[in-house]
Design a protein around this ligand. Structure first.
Ligand SMILES: *[C@@H]1O[C@H](CO)[C@@H](O)[C@H](O)[C@H]1NC(C)=O
Length: 394
């Protein structure tokens, strides 16, 4: 009895403390919540809950994260914080919102307040349903968010308007496309049908973005495709002497250019009130790779920190890998992912207003967060209609 009462008191104290903390935290946040979609550049552990062949971020991934991260499994495909974490930190959170599949019953309740956000990203996934066997496809991630929103509205006594207002002010972050290019390596796509394949990627991406818009997203941050040909794992495949694969980079650039074009016209044609920024991860990483002298820390821009073989990039990063010691001096953590240090530099560039036109367009991430108010609630409500499966339209 007394133990139970003591426990109840402790719980009550914990609730009071956490809500006090929550309030002061909420005050320094620039947005009510962050919702994250996409691939391993932003996954914070969803894949830990998927069976193979979905890739998992095992040790030594996460080696540089604070040990206090719950569960010990970090689920991040890098040595420390990933792009979702660092972007969330820039807008006032401790790190990325939790992986959706990791939510405890209490965390699920917190999510329904619309003041927390969630991370639906899945390492290995792409834009297309055929990309990333066994991962959570972008289509499924958007459907999970649709389910989240429906539950928010049911749970929120103040109704649709309040939920829509909070969602319209929240940051929706998507990092995808990189894995779709694997189709050119395994024969599902060829150079001769590259235009059609890239067009299909962009069309499908826009369908998913329009669905997020319909669900209330009004502040959208997109990360474009990396210079995939300069990833250490790409340099060491196909036998091109460890140089960047120019043809692979050209595929990424063509996708990135078409995405900018189609996003601008889709906003003008059918997404009034949508504010967005496309960050050129391509440009930011190209800069780090070709001009290492611009950053006196990030000097190693060719080989991977964790792996094995040539450029430390012929083998996957695993517990038995060669691990570099100066991890802040490497651009690449393993054969495909950046280090926390590279991601920090990338996020600094995305938020820098002076980077507009160089690394972000039409506005920087900083302007996206502090910029114009999102669409009035009335517009959002008019757009409410039942979830339609996107399949039919693609
Ligand atoms: C997907 O993975 C499963 C399990 O490893 C395998 O049986 C199946 O053949 C794979 N499908 C494709 C299309 O590669």
């Amino acid at each position: 009895m007394s133990t139970a009462a003591g426990a109840a008191l402790l719980l009550a104290a914990a609730v009071v403390c956490s809500s006090a903390d929550g309030e002061s935290e909420a005050r320094r946040r620039a947005v009510p919540a962050v919702y994250v979609f996409g691939d391993s550049l932003v996954d914070v552990g969803n894949n830990d809950f998927l069976p193979p062949p979905a890739p998992r971020a095992g040790s030594p991934c996460g080696v540089d994260l604070p040990r206090a991260i719950p569960g010990g499994r970090t689920g991040r495909f890098t040595n420390g914080y990933n792009l979702a974490d660092i972007i969330a930190q820039r807008v006032g959170f401790d790190m990325s919102p939790l992986a959706y599949l990791s939510l405890t019953p209490q965390a699920s309740l917190d999510l329904l307040s619309s003041h927390v956000g969630a991370n639906y990203a899945s390492g290995g996934s792409g834009i297309l349903d055929d990309t990333g066997n066994g991962t959570i496809t972008l289509r499924e991630q958007v459907k999970m968010f649709a389910d989240t929103k429906a539950t928010m509205i049911k749970a929120n006594k103040l109704g649709n308007n309040r939920v829509n207002r909070l969602l319209s002010q929240s940051l929706f972050l998507i990092s995808t496309a990189g894995n779709d290019f694997l189709a050119f390596g395994d024969g599902r796509a060829t150079r001769s049908d590259a235009s059609a394949y890239i067009a299909k990627m962009v069309t499908t991406y826009l369908k998913h973005i329009k669905e997020l818009y319909r669900l209330g997203a009004r502040r959208l941050g997109l990360l474009d495709a990396l210079p995939i040909g300069c990833l250490p794992g790409c340099r060491t495949s196909f036998g091109h002497d460890d140089a960047c694969d120019a043809a692979a980079n050209s595929l990424a650039r063509r996708f990135n250019a078409l995405l900018r074009l189609e996003m601008a016209s889709a906003k003008a044609a059918s997404m009034p009130g949508m504010e967005y920024s496309i960050a050129s991860i391509y440009g930011i990483f190209s800069d780090m790779i070709t001009n290492p002298e611009l950053d006196n820390r990030l000097q190693e821009a060719t080989s991977a920190c964790c792996g094995g073989g040539r450029l430390n990039a012929e083998l996957d990063c695993s517990a038995s890998s060669n691990l570099c010691t100066d991890r802040d001096g490497y651009v690449f953590w393993d054969k495909v992912h950046g280090t926390q240090a590279a991601y920090q530099r990338a996020v600094a560039a995305m938020f820098d207003g002076a980077a507009v036109t160089k690394f972000t367009e039409p506005v920087s991430f900083g302007q996206l967060i502090t910029g114009k108010q999102a669409a009035p609630v009335a517009v959002l409500d008019k757009l409410e209609r039942p979830y339609v499966d996107l399949e039919a339209e693609i």
